[in-house]
Design a protein around this ligand. Structure first.
Ligand code: BG6
Length: 491
């Protein structure tokens, strides 16, 4: 069993805590994985005490936990919940927090500080914790979990990192990318490195190109103030999509320990061919959703969303073409794409193989054989599939595409949310699935030239009707006519 600890949530009444952190902790309670004596201390500005917070959490969890709230589990979980009233901007709050943590027998001395707050406050909070000595590990370990986005661009990420390092050592910092907690993403490693038959094929000799695509039917919801300053490139590509790319492209690590794994991911990011500002248009495409229909329902365009400035050119769709300059991948394009208000939710890694070297079936009605694909659907189906060509039944020599879906397709990860796995790792002190700063830094280096060019070009952006797969102009990124976006497992 892990060490008992106190899990402090800054921003305890915010969306992330409500939708992800508290349900994840509840599910860990249900699975019997929370250490005995562990306490959860919510920090927020509201004038609440334990009783009020517990009542609020109970109401929030009721609609968010699998199978509804279980009285016995909730009974155990609620006893762990405590509330501390405080304002992050008030320096006097931190000595008081320290006193509460030191003096309350209910608070174990190993402490996790979870920054479920606006990124603008990461630096301030971490500094103040240092000022009052809450970073001192003499009587127990201390860990800080930092949510994304880590910085706004390369420069701000470096500044933030320096600020954090004033008070914390690298191994106390857990930079979270929740995609790494998804079972299907972890499965990329197992699929690649536990199956010998794939390795000989997994390179430029056999693979034509790789697509990493994340489409969402939902819009920006109530997040205009954040989203309009971020855009799809920062919000999804710099973090989640580049992380997926590293797992698809990396070399086998020496072991699965945190440093070996992250060393290999960094090697991939460092090998991505830099995009000079003059080539941004050849490698990157952006667009914004206009009004349209998503799954039959009329929805507003991005510029009509509450809180979005009238002339915003922030992208809600973005596509990139990247090359990894190493022996395995040289000249194999990696196409990355993400968009809000697309036709449906679908997150997928699609690996397309080359055509066989000889068209053996030339004399038959078979003209051009379709290529093989390996498809890893992350959402909504959690499904691993391979597409092969087989003979159609009948007298003619005709082929058809046959999709082989893993027997586990659709069983949906047994319903575990990425945050459950990641919070448990923080409690256990396992940093493998968290980002080291050099990963974050190299990821910013990949997107920084694009951000710079787009920041200068503020007078026009392509649009696409909500509910579609994005604008057709995005196809200009493809190297050849026979390459096109693979939207779902079916098409
Ligand atoms: C978040 C982004 O990091 O990831 C959101 O800020 C996005 O804009 C979300 O919707 C997607 O995550 P998931 O787990 O729903 O695929």
């Amino acid at each position: 069993m892990s060490d008992p600890c106190t899990f402090v949530i800054f921003g305890a009444t915010g969306n992330l805590a409500q939708n992800k952190l508290l349900p994840a902790l509840y599910h860990l309670e249900q699975a019997g994985r929370l250490p005995d004596g562990m306490a959860v201390l919510g920090v927020g500005r509201r004038d609440w005490d334990e009783t009020a917070w517990r009542a609020q959490v109970e109401a929030d969890l009721a609609s968010r936990v699998r199978g509804g709230l279980d009285a016995a589990v909730w009974g155990r979980f609620r006893e762990r919940l405590f509330f501390f009233r405080g304002d992050l901007g008030d320096e006097a709050m931190y000595p008081a927090l320290r006193q509460t943590l030191d003096q309350g027998p209910q608070f174990p001395s190993n402490i996790i500080f979870y920054m479920s707050i606006s990124p603008a406050n990461f630096g301030v909070v971490s500094r103040q914790l240092g000022v009052v000595g809450l970073n001192d590990e003499r009587d127990g370990w201390r860990r800080v979990v930092v949510e994304k986005p880590f910085g706004y661009d390369l420069e701000s990420a470096e500044i933030l990192n320096e600020r954090l390092h004033r008070d914390w050592r690298e191994n106390q910092l857990y930079r979270i990318d929740h995609y790494l907690g998804k079972g299907t993403i972890q499965n990329i490693l197992v699929f690649r490195f536990a199956n010998l038959m794939l390795e000989p094929l997994w390179n430029r000799n056999y693979i034509d190109h790789v697509q990493i695509s994340h489409a969402e039917a939902r819009g920006i919801e109530q997040r205009a103030s954040y989203y309009d300053t971020a855009g799809a490139l920062r919000d999804m590509v710099q973090s989640h999509l580049l992380q997926m790319l590293t797992l698809v492209a990396m070399e086998p690590p020496a072991s699965l320990d945190a440093e070996s794994l992250r060393d290999e991911k960094v090697k991939v990011l460092r090998s991505i061919r830099p995009i000079p500002q003059s080539a941004v248009h050849a490698h990157a495409f952006r667009a914004q959703y206009a009004r349209g229909k998503v799954q039959g329902e009329k929805v507003a365009g991005y510029l009509e969303e509450p809180g979005v400035p009238a002339h915003s050119t922030t992208e809600t769709y973005c596509a990139l073409k990247l090359f990894i300059d190493n022996w395995r991948w040289r000249n194999v394009p990696f196409y990355l794409r993400t968009g809000k208000r697309m036709a449906q939710d679908n997150s997928m890694i699609s690996i397309r193989f080359k055509h066989p070297p000889q068209q053996l079936f030339r004399e038959t009605p078979i003209e051009q054989l379709k290529p093989n694909w390996i498809l890893m659907n992350i959402q909504p189906n959690d499904c691993l599939s391979i597409e092969l060509q087989v003979k159609q039944p009948g007298l003619e020599m005709r082929t058809q595409t046959q999709r082989l879906d893993a027997a586990s397709c659709g069983l949906s990860q047994y319903g575990i949310d990425a945050y459950e796995a990641l919070l448990l790792d923080v409690i256990d002190g396992d940093g493998s699935l968290f980002l080291r700063f050099d990963e974050v830094n190299w990821a910013w280096q990949v997107v920084d030239p694009i951000l710079k060019v787009w920041a200068m070009e503020r007078d026009y952006i392509h649009t696409y009707p909500a509910g579609t797969w994005g604008p057709p102009e995005t196809n200009r990124l493809f190297l050849r006519d026979d390459q096109e976006w693979r939207n779902t497992l079916e098409e």
